[in-house]
Design a protein around this ligand. Sequence first.
Ligand SMILES: C[S@@+](CC[C@H](N)C(=O)[O-])C[C@H]1O[C@@H](n2cnc3c(N)ncnc32)[C@H](O)[C@@H]1O
Length: 210
Amino acid sequence: MTAAAAGWSGTAQVRRSYAALVEHYTAMTADYRRFPGLRQELTAFLAELVPGPVLDLGCGAGRDADLAAATGRTVVLADVTPELLRATTARIAVDAAVCCDALALPLHSDAFAGVIASGVLLHLPRQYTVTALDNIRRVLLPGGKALISMKHGGRDGWRSTDDFPAPRWFSYYEPEEFAVLCRKVGLRVAQLDISSRKDWFTATTERSEL
Ligand SMILES: C[S@@+](CC[C@H](N)C(=O)[O-])C[C@H]1O[C@@H](n2cnc3c(N)ncnc32)[C@H](O)[C@@H]1O
């Protein structure tokens, strides 16, 4: 088994940090108040998807899954932090929830019209990014799309902040550098947007044939 297939040992710390702050994190992120423009971006993304279910990978408090479910889609939640996933499934109605690591998704191939991966792959060191992207591509239907949010302009490493006072790993990419990795695994980059929300950028990608 490769290191990537086995997961990354640092994810245990990331998970402990989210588990320690479930209520606080949910209060901060369960709606769009702190994320100007994000609801519109997701609504546009969801409107263009081929028929089929949506996966919210690294769903956190489930804000985006809730929006996807409101469009009538079948929605699956996936997150590595069981405490957060439990709290989210108790709050919002979705079709299924899976506690898992983005590096080893226990989900069928060719299954999802859309994958939302907001602020999740940045919690993996960069040597794991391609494996996580490859998992996303694998679970997409032909013609399926993934909306992937990442951060740019910082130094990779562990950090805690006033807003989130527990250690989390962050990997930062320049948008074009991230786009190269998407293309490498067979995700065509249809759009690369630098967000007006602090240091975020978003890649809208589509499964292409390798
Ligand atoms: C910054 S939060 C984003 C939550 C949500 N997507 C949002 O935008 O509000 C990151 C989420 O990813 C989860 N996570 C971190 N590392 C993960 C991994 N390797 N696999 C799956 N989920 C992970 C965390 O538990 C947390 O819920």
